[in-house]
Design a protein around this ligand. Structure first.
Ligand SMILES: NC(=O)c1ccc[n+]([C@@H]2O[C@H](COP(=O)([O-])OP(=O)(O)OC[C@H]3O[C@@H](n4cnc5c(N)ncnc54)[C@H](O)[C@@H]3O)[C@@H](O)[C@H]2O)c1
Ligand SMILES: O=CCCC(=O)O
Length: 519
């Protein structure tokens, strides 16, 4: 059947992997871990002012491989004091970094990009090791993450101001774009590299300096990427990395008057806390928060395209992506055919250790993630939903979960109202376009939405009606460095990537030059 032929599943789920072919991914995790530990990019200390530093009280936190539970490393468990020092370093470095020419900053960024790409294999392995995603997908993330550095290296040279026609003859009016200052960048575990470069790339391009706080679950990729920034010659203090006590680090960033902006990717709950905390010093905030993406399949969709696109949108990173399809909303005329073809495709997804050849579904990040998935499925079943496929922990144990399809899902179930962040595809049924739009918009979130249809008018009508920051039409993977990424409603504020992403790190200054007629 054509649907199955189209489903070269690993290809779909690793669409960013295009620049380098990986010959074999079958080596064992511990082999990868031991060889990585010898690599110069395997760093296990924080980075402050260009120096690799322990927590001042020597406390550490373990980093685990979610696939095996093995301890990969111990990293410093930092807090207020280290964060304050990182802020001071960033503030000192701002004085010189912001004064470089755009072309000079661009060259540093380009060098950093080149080094990330030159170290792609090791970075990909690190991502798989600490985050669990299949190696091919991890290598795709390296491409994706690096693309933000490359793009903003180029964009640095295009930060233009304006000249405004004056209202009085003896005046000239100018608009300057200037860096906001020191930026606090707080990032999640699901894309340990790309969520950092999507922030740090534009920040550095504008002349800002940064204090990065990666997730404690995945600090090693962040530290390796920072090491490569040092190797690229990016001066000490321009990029600092602290990790440990998240609320203490967050509070120190919020309290500092030197930090002029917080950029955050993560859960909506933490995003709201940061937004409230930023009010005290009136900092700028950019928030990339949780989603609840609808994926609407209309009767007139191409079945193969819809199955392929939905599979990619749902099962990327084992469902742990903020833009993952969270509700699959299918029109009644195609419902049965879609459910059958989709379940055939999902049944083929190979679950396992990310280093094993052919695996396209790694483990969930931790036991809490498994418990959340279980709770959502139980809630749905207690309210009348049916498990069509999967629905339990995988026989591999640990945090592996069976790719799951749940049918007869209703809006009031947790599976439809909250982000499941796991490999569970809930299918809902609708009759009319109007009903589909209502169901899709009936949520606090507004990040990504997907529609599958062959009707051009409907494409425009529905895209315009959806209250979302991103819309994929007949496509399940839509993220790219050249397009704006971000949400509406409680999915966030601001945009990342693209020419729009640079504005998040710039202040607009108006200069009025008077007395022009004096000779
Ligand atoms: N919109 C997007 O672009 C996007 C991208 C990736 C992930 N996400 C969302 O992120 C969530 C999953 O990531 P997560 O579990 O790491 O989110 P999280 O909010 O738990 O953690 C994100 C980061 O915030 C830190 N943090 C936690 N409490 C903090 C506090 N009080 N002060 C300062 N920092 C604090 C964490 O240590 C981590 O570094 C999902 O909801 C997902 O949708 C959104
Ligand atoms: O999970 C969030 C980021 C995913 C993406 O950039 O496509």
């Amino acid at each position: 059947m054509r649907v199955l032929q189209v489903l070269a599943v690993s290809k779909i789920l690793t669409s960013h992997l295009s620049r380098t072919h990986r010959p074999s991914a079958s080596r064992q995790m511990s082999t990868a871990a031991s060889s990585l530990k010898k690599s110069p990019i395997f760093r296990t200390l924080g980075l402050i002012g260009g120096k690799w530093i322990d927590a001042y009280d020597a406390k550490t936190i373990q980093v685990n491989n979610p696939s095996t539970g093995e301890i990969i490393a111990e990293v410093p468990f930092m807090g207020t004091l280290e964060t304050n020092d990182a802020i001071s370093s960033a503030s000192d470095a701002f004085n010189s970094w912001s004064k470089l020419t755009a072309a000079e900053r661009s060259k540093y960024l380009r060098k950093w990009y080149d080094l990330i790409m030159a170290n792609k294999e090791e970075l990909g392995q690190l991502i798989t090791l600490e985050q669990g995603k299949p190696l091919k997908e991890a290598l795709g993330e390296v491409n994706y993450g690096a693309s933000f550095i490359e793009f903003f290296a180029e964009e640095a040279k295009r930060i233009y101001g304006d000249i405004i026609p004056a209202t009085l003859g003896d005046r000239r009016l100018f608009v300057l774009k200037q860096p906001v200052g020191v930026v606090g960048a707080i990032t999640p575990w699901n894309f340990p590299l790309a969520m950092i470069t999507r922030k740090v790339g534009p920040a550095l391009a504008c002349g800002c300096t940064v204090v990065v706080k990666p997730s404690e679950l995945t600090p090693l990729t962040a530290l390796a990427t920072a090491e490569l920034a040092l190797q690229a010659g990016i001066p000490p203090g321009v990029i600092n990395v602290v990790m440990g006590n998240a609320s203490k680090i967050g509070d120190a960033l919020l309290a500092s008057t030197q930090v002029r902006k917080i950029t955050f990717t993560g859960s909506t709950a933490v995003g709201k806390k940061l937004m409230a905390g930023a009010a005290e010093t009136v900092k700028r905030v950019s928030l990339e928060l949780g989603g609840n993406a609808p994926c609407i399949v209309f009767d007139d969709a191409d079945l193969d395209v819809a199955v392929k696109g939905t599979l990619a949108a749902k099962f990327r990173n084992s469902g742990q992506t903020c833009v993952c399809a969270n509700r699959i909303i299918v029109q009644e005329g195609i419902y049965e055919k879609f459910a059958e073809a989709f379940s055939k495709a999902v049944r083929n997804l190979q679950v396992g250790d990310g280093f094993t050849e052919g695996v396209v579904q790694g483990p969930l990040i931790n036991e809490a993630a498994v418990q959340k998935v279980q709770t959502f499925i139980q809630d749905a079943m207690s309210k009348g939903a049916k498990v069509l496929l999967g629905g339990k922990r995988h026989s591999l144990g640990m945090t592996f979960y069976e790719p799951t399809i749940v049918t007869d899902v209703k809006s009031e179930m947790l599976l439809a109202s909250e982000e499941v962040f796991g490999p569970v595809a809930p299918i809902l049924r609708f009759k009319t376009e109007e009903e589909a739009i209502h169901m899709a918009n009936n949520t606090k979130a507004g990040l990504a939405a997907y529609i599958f249809t062959n009707n051009v008018q409907r494409t425009w009508r529905v895209s315009e009606a959806l209250e979302y920051g991103l819309v994929g039409v007949n496509e399940g993977i839509i993220s790219t460095e050249v397009a704006p990424f971000g949400g509406v409603k409680q999915s966030g504020l601001g945009r990342e990537g693209s020419k729009y992403g640079i504005d998040e790190y710039l202040e607009v200054k108006y200069v009025c030059l008077g007395d022009m007629n004096r000779s």
